[in-house]
Design a protein around this ligand. Structure first.
Ligand code: ADP
Ligand code: MG
Length: 366
C-alpha cells in the first residue's frame, strides 16, 4: 500500500504553557512507495513518533493529509486504518499467553470481518511462524527474553495483515547483539510479507542497514529523503552529513580561494567552480590517503588497529572536534613514532557547506 503524506503538520501547545507552540512535524511531504521499508531517522525530539502517530491515527494533524493508496485516511480512527503498530516497550498483556496475545486483535472483529475460532488460530499461527516463535505459544511474556517478547509484539501487529506496519524504535530495549539480529529479522519479515513499513530509529546504522529509503528529520523538518547510500554519499547539508556515518564525518573550518580549498594555510583540494568564501568542510574518515607529499598535514595522536582497517587519530587547529579520524586499509603502515602525518584527500568524500546556512556547496570532484 502506497502511503502519501501531504503538507503534514502537527503543532502542540508548549508543555510549559507560556512558550510558543511546538511544531513537532512541519510540512512533511512524501510518497512512500508500496512494499518498501522506510527508515525514519533523526535525533530524539525531531518528530519521528509524532509522524508515526499521525499515520496510525493516534494523533490528528493540525493541517495536511494522509492517504493510503487513494483513500484519504486523515480523519479515520486508528482501528479503521489497517495499521499494525510496534513500540519500544513491547506492551504485551502480561497475564495472557503468547498465543492469546497474538489472537487478541482478532477477537474484537465484528460484522463481515468476524472470524471463526479456527480461522483465528490459523492466522495467529501464521504470524507466529513468520516471526519464529511458534514453539513458545503457551508461555507468558515474563517467561520470554526481550527479543522474544518483541517478536510476539511484531506477530500481534501482523496478525490482521495490516496495510501498513509502523515500528517505533522497536529495538531500543534489546542488547547490542539481539538488536543486530532482530533488525535482520524485521527486514526478512518485511520482504516476505511485502507490507509497506515505516521503521523509526535514532540509530543511523540501524536505519541505513535495512531500509530501502531513509528520511532524515531535524526539528520537525525533513532534511533529506533517499536511498541510504545516496544520502551518505551526497548529504544536502551539514546536519545530514554529521548524522550519518560511523565513525562520524570530520568537520573543519576552511576557506575557498581561487578554486582551491584551504585548511589553515594549506591548499588541500581543488574545488572548481566554488566562489571565494569561508566554508565548513566535512571529510569522511575514508577520504584520507597516506601520502608523504600530500597537502594535508595533521599532528599524529595515536593509531588504533581495528583488524581490517587502521584508524589514524590526529589533531589539527581547524578541526571542530578534538580529534580527526582517518580510516585507512590495515596494509598501509603508519609510522607510529612520527609527530605528523600527511594525507591527500579524495574529492568525492569531501563536502563543503555554507559557513552560515550549513547548506551544501557542490563542486565537481576531480
Ligand atoms: P521523537 O519521536 O523524534 O523523539 P516526538 O515526535 O516524540 O519526537 O516529539 C517531537 C516534538 O514534539 C518534541 O519537541 C516533543 O517534546 C513534542 N511533543 C510530542 N508530543 C507532545 C505532546 N503531546 N504535547 C506537547 N509536545 C509534544
Ligand atoms: Mg519517539
Amino acid at each position: 500500500m502506497k502511503v502519501v503524506l501531504q503538507n503534514l503538520t502537527k503543532r502542540f501547545p508548549n508543555r510549559n504553557k507560556k512558550g510558543d507552540d511546538v511544531i513537532a512535524v512541519n510540512d512533511f511531504n512524501f510518497e512512500i512507495p508500496d512494499g518498501k521499508l522506510i527508515g525514519l531517522l533523526g535525533p530524539s525530539g525531531c518528530g519521528k513518533s509524532t509522524t508515526l502517530n499521525l499515520i496510525c491515527g493516534l494523533e490528528t494533524p493540525s493541517s495536511g493529509k494522509i492517504l493510503f493508496g487513494d483513500d484519504d485516511v486523515t480523519r479515520l480512527p486508528p482501528e479503521n486504518r489497517g495499521v499494525g503498530l510496534v513500540f519500544q516497550n513491547y506492551a504485551l498483556y502480561p497475564h495472557l499467553t503468547v498465543l492469546d496475545n497474538i489472537l487478541f486483535p482478532l477477537q474484537n472483529l465484528r460484522g463481515t470481518e468476524k472470524l471463526t475460532k479456527q480461522q483465528m488460530q490459523e492466522k495467529a499461527l501464521t504470524a507466529a511462524r513468520l516471526v519464529q516463535i511458534d514453539q513458545l505459544l503457551e508461555r507468558k511474556p515474563s517467561e520470554l527474553s526481550g527479543g522474544q517478547q518483541q517478536r510476539v509484539a511484531i506477530a500481534r501487529a501482523l496478525v490482521k495483515m495490516p496495510r501498513v506496519l509502523l515500528l517505533d524504535e522497536p529495538l531500543s530495549n534489546l542488547d547490542a547483539r539481539l538488536r543486530l539480529q532482530t533488525r535482520e529479522e524485521i527486514r526478512r519479515i518485511q520482504q516476505e510479507t511485502g507490507i509497506t513499513t515505516i521503521f523509526v530509529t535514532h540509530d543511523q546504522d540501524e536505519a541505513m542497514s535495512i531500509s530501502d529509503m531513509i528520511v532524515v528529520m531535524k526539528d520537525g523538518v525533513v532534511q533529506q529523503i533517499g536511498q541510504p547510500q545516496d544520502v551518505y554519499d551526497s548529504p544536502v547539508n551539514l546536519f545530514v552529513a554529521t548524522f550519518l556515518g560511523t565513525p562520524p564525518i570530520n568537520v573543519l573550518d576552511g576557506r575557498v580561494q581561487g578554486g582551491r580549498l584551504y585548511i589553515g594555510d594549506a591548499a588541500v583540494l581543488a574545488v572548481p567552480g566554488v566562489g571565494d568564501q569561508k566554508v565548513s568542510v566535512g571529510i569522511r574518515p575514508e577520504a584520507f590517503t597516506l601520502d608523504e607529499k600530500g597537502p594535508f598535514e595533521v599532528s599524529l595522536s595515536r593509531v588504533e588497529v581495528m583488524g581490517r582497517d587502521t584508524s589514524v587519530v590526529s589533531t589539527h587547529p581547524a578541526s571542530r572536534n578534538p580529534f580527526i579520524r582517518a580510516i585507512i586499509p590495515a596494509r598501509n603502515k603508519v609510522d607510529r613514532t612520527a609527530k605528523t602525518v600527511r594525507f591527500s584527500l579524495m574529492g568525492e568524500k569531501v563536502f563543503l557547506f555554507d559557513a552560515n546556512t550549513d547548506a551544501r556547496i557542490y563542486f565537481d570532484a576531480e
